[in-house]
Design a protein around this ligand. Structure first.
Ligand SMILES: [Zn+2]
Length: 195
């Protein structure tokens, strides 16, 4: 094979280089997303995804070459990924062999950012439920730390059933504070990625 002459490098797009990067969502790696969503990938599929991450569209010959594999062997995992709608492909006629097609593969970025959003929404729901659970004990006994639901406090005339102390409004616990902060953070992120 002939060695390619090194082409003069394209001028780096200034606007791109100087653009500040806001939020992690912009740079998030497909593979990290998929791992987080719990879509188990075998090693080969992960390698393929990482390969596609670097470029907009890659021919399957190039993918095979980079992974030092035969084209036939990368096709199967590629189709499996396409079935999960993680990658898409485009058929182009081979200019050398007219009856032949070349396949160019790319990551389905829209789908992947959709998955990010879905994951975050699910996480948010989970945190909100936890917070609700944490907050349902509206009263507590400061002596023995026992917590009471609103109805329970009402029934016992706001007295602790253990030690008889007067019940007080439950304090905001560390757990609640943490949940609150996590929820706010996620809500902010979701706004950022939704535009
Ligand atoms: Zn008590």
């Amino acid at each position: 094979m002939e060695k390619k002459k090194s082409k003069p490098k394209k001028k780096a797009e200034k606007s791109k280089a100087s653009r500040p990067v806001h939020g992690k969502a912009v740079n998030i790696k497909a593979i990290d997303v998929l791992r987080k969503v719990g879509w188990g990938m075998d090693e080969l599929s992960e390698k393929i995804i990482q390969n596609l991450e670097r470029q907009k569209s890659v021919s399957e010959d190039a993918i095979a070459r980079r992974l030092k594999m035969r084209v036939n062997d990368v096709r199967k995992p590629l189709y499996a990924l396409a079935e999960k709608r993680i990658v898409t492909y485009e058929k182009k006629r081979d200019p050398k062999k007219k009856w032949w097609y070349l396949y160019f593969w790319s990551l389905d970025r829209e789908r992947i950012s959709g998955l990010v959003r879905e994951t975050k929404m699910r996480e948010l729901e989970k945190l909100r439920k936890q917070l609700e659970e944490e907050r349902k004990y509206e009263f507590e006994c400061r002596q023995c730390q026992k917590k009471y639901l609103h109805e329970e406090a009402l029934e016992s005339d706001y007295l602790c059933s253990e030690c008889g102390s007067t019940l007080e409004t439950a304090r905001t616990t560390v757990t609640i504070k943490k949940l609150d902060a996590d929820i706010k953070k996620l809500e902010k992120e979701l706004e950022l990625t939704s535009n």
